[in-house]
Each structure stands twice: as structure tokens, then as C-alpha cells.
Design a protein around this ligand. Structure first.
Ligand SMILES: *Cc1c(COP(=O)(O)O)cnc(C)c1O
Length: 384
């Protein structure tokens, strides 16, 4: 018998609150209506503080990668140069999107679990004076590490180089100050901290990115950001049929986020992250990103010689607790516990309890049963 109650601690998709599920279960309405326009307007407004911007937030019916691709095709021409930080699967994706559209991507390779150093960006800018943009992740979900976006923005702000940030596991998890830092394009998606199913993406552009998008005529049709912006801002509608139910759901989930209070939401994520991290040393294990861990997902390295995939499968199939393993070079070596959105600090007790049991089942017993749980509980008790 599969477990009756299931827990979703994957770093996307993340759990959706019942209030939001109910909102999305309402009968579908037509999208060219005042009722839909009101929800669209409100959801776009409610997104702004999460992204730290007063710019218009553009909604797209797409997964997060759609907004990443839109940023590339709306801001660069084929043949133009760009720098991208490849510190994991999602950084690598920037490079793949750039080359798919004929741009020349200059890769900064970063060891998995590490943060790019601002000096590396500075060196790449000197080595590639033609680069028109720098692409990176605020939080590289595949390695559970964060990159120092504010320091990097200091380097791009004063140059004719745009900074494009994938905030897909950052927006709604920790503070983003798009305008103050000088991010030119910030993209995110619905299925992480925004407490929604997959299917919506968001992007905001700085004034200089908007000016750039006007000049750049790279072929694009569905993801035409200026067209979307004009329609969403001026006509309170979208260019194409929007993901109507998801937009209503987004408006609801953002209402919940603002009711909790953004500072409280960020503090809760920080507390969950610190609680999850505390389990690692208590179990005799190491973190993949000890120096710059992400607040939305915690990566714990499984012991050498143990099949990490078996740990993840046992947690999901036998215990009903879904986490995610490692990708590529970290396959079988990593357990990633997502703690984004509709998750409470107490949930980390469930995740770590299941992790302990699965580690034992896979043959690793170099810890006292409950040692990780005690560490998690102590951290929760200290509070945010
Ligand atoms: C989830 C995620 C994405 C988007 O992936 P989609 O599958 O297209 O939604 C992109 N970047 C990061 C950092 C992510 O965590």
C-alpha cells in the first residue's frame, strides 16, 4: 500500500495551499472580461514587492524556461556576445538558450555548490568587451547554492551590459531588490515559492532593458515582451489566451504571501533552510554548498559508496516523502530537500525523519536514530 498522505519537498514543483487549489477549481471564465482583467492587474501589482521593482511585471503562460528564453530573444540579437554563469543545470540552460538563438555565450564555469566570485565576472567583462549582457541564477537550484547578485550588479550597472537574473527559486524566498541593485531582467515561475502549479512565468524589465528590447528585432512571436507589456499595462489583457485559472490562483497565493508579510515569509524560509542544514552534521553528512547555501533548497551529500538514488526512491515510494536527488555529475550523490512556499518549519522534521530512515534502509548507520531530528527541532525552537 502506498502511503496515504504524501509530502512534497521537491525544489519545484512545491506544495499548493488548499485555498489556492479551491480558487483554481472555480468554473473557467472568459479572459476578455472585466473580472479577469481585475485579477490580472492585481496579481501583477502584487508581484512587484517580491521582485523588488516598480517596473511592470509581465505574466506569460509558460514554465520558467519560457521567461528565460523570452529574456534572451527580446534583449539580444543573433551574433551578439553575452556572458553566462554555469554553476549547475540552470546556468548551463542559459548557455543552451543563447546558442539556440545564435548568440555567442561566454561561459564562466563554476564548481557545483560554489558561488561565482564577482572578480570572475569582472575578468570576463574585460576579456569580452563586446558582451551585452550577463546571465546567471540568483539561486542555482541544481546545486543548492546562491550567487552574489548585488555585487555582480555593481559591475554591470555602470557599463553598457545588462544583468539578467533567473530568480525562479529566489523570488518569494529571499529579498530581491531589482531596482535598487540594478537588475535589468528578473524572471521567475509559478511552481516554486509562489505556491502554484507549474505553468506561469513572470518577467520584469528595467528601463534600459525596455529600451534595448525596442531596438532588438530578433525573431519572436509568442514571447514578444513589449507587446505583452503594452497589452497587460494599457488594455488589462494578454496577447494570447492566458492561463486563466493559474492567474486567479496567483492572485490568491500572493494575497496569502502579503497577509503573512514579506519579511515574515523570508524569515520563515531562512529558518526552514537553517533547520534542514542543521541535520547534515548531526547525521555525519556534508552540505553541497556549505559557504553559500540557498534559502529555498538544501542539498545534503549522501555518504560515499551509498546509492543516493535509492535513498530518494525509498523516501518517496515507501515513506510518501518526495525530495529530489542530484542531476548529472551529482546523480546518486545528493539529496535535495525543497522548502519553498507553502511549507512550515515543522515540515523539516518530516523530511529529516524520512531521510534518516531511508539512509538506514540504504545501509548507512553511522548516526544515532533521531540525531537529525533533534538538530532540526533545536533550530526551530530558537526561532527566526
Ligand atoms: C525550476 C527552475 C527553472 C525553470 O524550469 P521550468 O522547468 O522551465 O519551470 C529555471 N531556473 C531555476 C533556477 C529553477 O529552479
Amino acid at each position: 500500500m502506498p502511503p496515504i498522505k504524501k509530502y512534497l519537498f521537491t525544489p519545484g514543483p512545491a506544495p499548493v495551499p488548499p485555498e489556492v487549489l479551491l480558487e483554481m477549481a472555480r468554473p473557467i471564465i472568459h479572459h476578455r472580461t472585466p473580472e479577469f482583467s481585475a485579477a490580472l492587474d492585481q496579481a501583477r501589482k502584487r508581484m512587484q514587492p517580491l521582485m523588488g521593482t516598480r517596473q511592470e511585471v509581465i505574466l506569460l503562460a509558460a514554465s520558467g524556461s519560457g521567461a528565460m528564453e523570452a529574456a534572451v530573444t527580446n534583449l539580444l540579437r543573433p551574433g551578439e556576445h553575452a556572458i553566462f554563469v554555469d554553476g549547475g543545470k540552470f546556468g548551463e540552460r542559459w548557455g543552451r538558450i543563447l546558442s539556440a538563438h545564435g548568440m555567442i555565450g561566454h561561459q564562466i564555469k563554476v564548481e557545483w555548490g560554489r558561488a561565482v566570485r564577482p572578480e570572475q565576472i569582472e575578468d570576463a567583462l574585460h576579456a569580452n568587451p563586446d558582451a551585452r549582457a550577463v546571465f546567471l541564477q540568483a539561486s542555482e537550484t541544481s546545486t543548492c547554492a546562491v550567487h552574489p547578485v548585488p555585487q555582480i550588479a555593481e559591475l554591470t550597472r555602470g557599463r553598457d551590459v545588462m544583468l539578467v537574473v533567473d530568480g525562479i527559486t529566489s523570488v518569494g524566498v529571499f529579498e530581491q531588490k531589482m531596482d535598487d541593485w540594478g537588475i535589468d531582467a528578473l524572471v521567475t515561475g509559478s511552481q516554486k515559492a509562489l505556491m502554484l502549479p507549474p505553468g506561469l512565468a513572470m518577467v520584469a524589465l528595467s528601463d534600459r532593458a525596455l529600451a534595448r528590447a525596442k531596438e532588438v528585432k530578433t525573431p519572436r512571436f509568442y514571447f514578444d515582451l513589449l507587446r505583452e507589456l503594452r497589452l497587460q499595462r494599457d488594455d488589462h489583457t494578454t496577447a494570447w489566451t492566458p492561463a486563466v485559472s493559474l492567474v486567479f490562483g496567483l492572485n490568491k497565493s500572493l494575497g496569502m504571501i502579503h497577509a503573512e508579510g514579506l519579511p515574515q515569509v523570508f524569515a520563515r524560509h531562512q529558518l526552514m533552510a537553517e533547520a534542514a542544514r542543521a541535520a547534515a552534521p548531526a547525521l555525519g553528512l556534508k552540505l553541497i554548498a556549505p559557504d553559500n547555501p540557498a534559502p529555498g533548497v538544501t542539498g545534503i551529500l549522501t555518504p560515499a559508496g551509498l546509492d543516493g538514488g535509492r535513498v530518494v526512491r525509498h523516501m518517496r515510494d515507501a515513506l510518501g516523502v518526495s525530495v529530489q536527488g542530484g542531476q548529472d555529475q551529482m546523480k546518486g550523490k545528493l539529496v535535495r530537500i525543497g522548502h519553498m512556499g507553502y511549507v512550515s518549519p515543522f515540515d523539516m522534521l518530516v523530511a529529516v525523519s524520512a531521510l534518516e530512515m531511508a539512509l538506514r534502509e540504504a545501509g548507512y548507520r553511522d548516526f544515532e536514530s533521531g540525531a537529525g531530528l533533534v538538530a532540526v527541532q533545536r533550530r526551530i525552537e530558537r526561532g527566526a
